[in-house]
Unconditional design. Structure first.
Length: 249
């Protein structure tokens, strides 16, 4: 595939899981990719930004590894500046960095609540804020925030993770209207089912997921490539599900 040739993408949270798979798919589609995350060395979970960037370049693609803590504006600005210095601009953002906490509200420590908001919501705000002027300068672009079907599952109760992702959806739906005149597509993307990432396996509370409810990460990658190729004349202002992409409004 070469539908994104000449485009530059930043994937936040790309050292493992969905972010890693999306970064590889964007590169296969022709984009130069800034692989952004905090993980430069393996910790309790496998995967680093250098591993992912190296896999892309070994396959003939263009990539750099950039350390990025999405809760720090200084770190975000530095990572974006590194991408611009290497590739000349930014056309695509995949805001995927996230932390998982599915515990009930009454037993959720305040630090866990704040961490979900800091990473899952403020992190999206910071990386998005940093790239909007760059996309304007390029005449358009595509913003994609990774969310979750849990935002609408109110019958399943409440937790910090779902609340933080619901706020991201509201942020991006509003941004779609704000940025339409700048030719910037703004969409959210969630799995249709559960993607058993390393983070889910470590922090999913030991829940057993039936086989029919498990989705391969490649479904998210295909949907992300589709959305990455949009501008405001195409699909924008939507919350997409990976296995049932919607037409442009």
């Amino acid at each position: 595939m070469s539908g994104l040739t000449g485009k530059v993408a930043i994937v936040a949270g790309a050292s493992r899981g969905i972010g890693r798979t999306v970064a590889l798919a964007l590169a296969e589609a022709g984009a130069a990719v800034a692989v952004a995350a905090r993980t430069e060395r393996e910790d309790r979970l496998p995967g680093t930004i250098h591993d992912v960037a190296g896999q892309i370049t070994a396959a003939g693609g263009k990539a750099i590894a950039v350390r990025c803590d999405v809760t720090s504006e200084e770190s975000v600005d530095s990572a974006v500046a590194a991408a611009v210095a290497e590739f000349g601009g930014v056309d695509i953002l995949i805001a995927n960095a996230g932390v998982l906490w599915l515990g009930p509200v009454e037993s959720t420590p305040l630090k866990r609540w704040q961490l979900c908001l800091d990473v899952n919501l403020t992190g999206v705000f910071l990386v998005t804020k940093a790239v909007i002027p760059l996309m304007r300068a390029r005449g358009g672009g595509s913003l994609v925030a990774v969310t979750t079907t849990g935002t609408g599952m109110t019958d399943k109760g409440a937790n910090a993770y779902w609340v933080s992702k619901a706020a991201v959806e509201r942020l991006y739906l509003g941004l779609a209207a704000d940025l339409r005149a700048d030719n910037i597509a703004v969409n959210c993307l969630s799995p249709s089912r559960v993607v058993l990432t390393e983070g889910w396996r470590a922090n999913g509370g030991g829940q057993r997921i039936p086989d029919e409810m498990i989705e391969p990460p490649e479904a998210m990658a295909r949907a992300a490539v589709l959305l990455a190729g949009q501008d405001a004349g195409g699909i924008t202002g939507t919350v997409q599900r990976s296995e049932s992409p919607a037409p442009a409004p």
